[in-house]
Design a binder for this molecule. Structure first.
Ligand SMILES: CC(C)(COP(=O)(O)OP(=O)(O)OC[C@H]1O[C@@H](n2cnc3c(N)ncnc32)[C@H](O)[C@@H]1OP(=O)(O)O)[C@@H](O)C(=O)NCCC(=O)NCCS
Length: 210
């Protein structure tokens, strides 16, 4: 991408316009075999592990801010609220330490970057907030973890999986295309200050303002 185009996108981002690419796949499509190249163990996040989880997210400067933009209250409460709302977070641990995480929510999930929620239907799951520790990237951990999360949702009757990613986020795009996700639309907003007009260019999903 040229420098001018990158600059233009940045200016639009802070003033007028934000958008994300939606990618989806059927939950019961055969999953390509993606294996992490380091020995990680997967387990689920429960409330007792919230402090540990937040320490992991703090490993990268600004990560917590991007995780919960503009949110009042403590990050601990924020994560507990997500768990109380029935969202699932799957963790990858290397020698006991969290090195990657991904969240999934049925029916309705948060899109903090656009300050809205996305409704994906009763049989849908919205996968979000994939994050791998900077020292562990490029080892297939995120796609292997997402595969495990999708399998857990599929076994509970979920039929369709959707996620949203910045079109400029090449590593992000790679994770999802490696495991069979295909672009299916865009969501975003036009706005100034607090006024925002959201749009959803996909017939299957719906924006729900927060
Ligand atoms: C996107 C992200 C979750 C990928 O996690 P991961 O465990 O590294 O996933 P992968 O190993 O599949 O790597 C995906 C791509 O990252 C790139 N990559 C490889 N090594 C890398 C490194 N050391 N550092 C950064 N990116 C790297 C490659 O393009 C790779 O694709 P490839 O396998 O075709 O080479 C991780 O980069 C991250 O946490 N980024 C910040 C948060 C974010 O953007 N989340 C995604 C929201 S959709």
């Amino acid at each position: 991408m040229t420098r001018i185009r990158r600059f233009f996108i940045k200016v639009m981002d802070v003033t007028l316009h934000r958008r994300l690419l939606l990618m989806e796949r059927a939950a019961d499509l055969p999953m390509p075999l993606v294996t992490a190249s380091v020995a990680v163990r997967f387990d689920r996040l429960y409330k007792e592990g919230v402090t540990d989880f937040l320490n992991f997210r703090r490993s990268e400067s600004g990560a917590i801010r991007r995780f919960a933009p503009g949110r009042r209250g403590s990050p601990e409460d924020f994560v507990r609220d997500r768990l109380d709302a029935g969202h699932a977070c799957l963790l990858a641990r290397f020698e006991g330490r969290i090195v990657s995480a991904v969240w999934g929510a049925r029916d309705l999930g948060p899109v903090p970057y656009l300050e809205c929620n996305l409704a994906v239907g009763a049989e849908g799951v919205y996968v979000y907030d994939a994050f791998t520790d900077a020292g562990f990237r490029g080892r297939n951990i995120a796609p292997a973890l997402a595969t495990e999360l999708i399998e857990r949702f599929r076994s509970r009757g979920c039929r369709r999986v959707v996620m949203a990613v910045l079109p400029e986020n090449q590593p992000g795009l790679r994770v999802w295309s490696k495991i069979g996700f295909k672009p299916c639309g865009r969501i975003g907003y036009w706005g100034v200050g607090r006024w925002k007009h959201h749009f959803c260019r996909s017939p299957s999903y719906r924006i729900v303002p927060v």
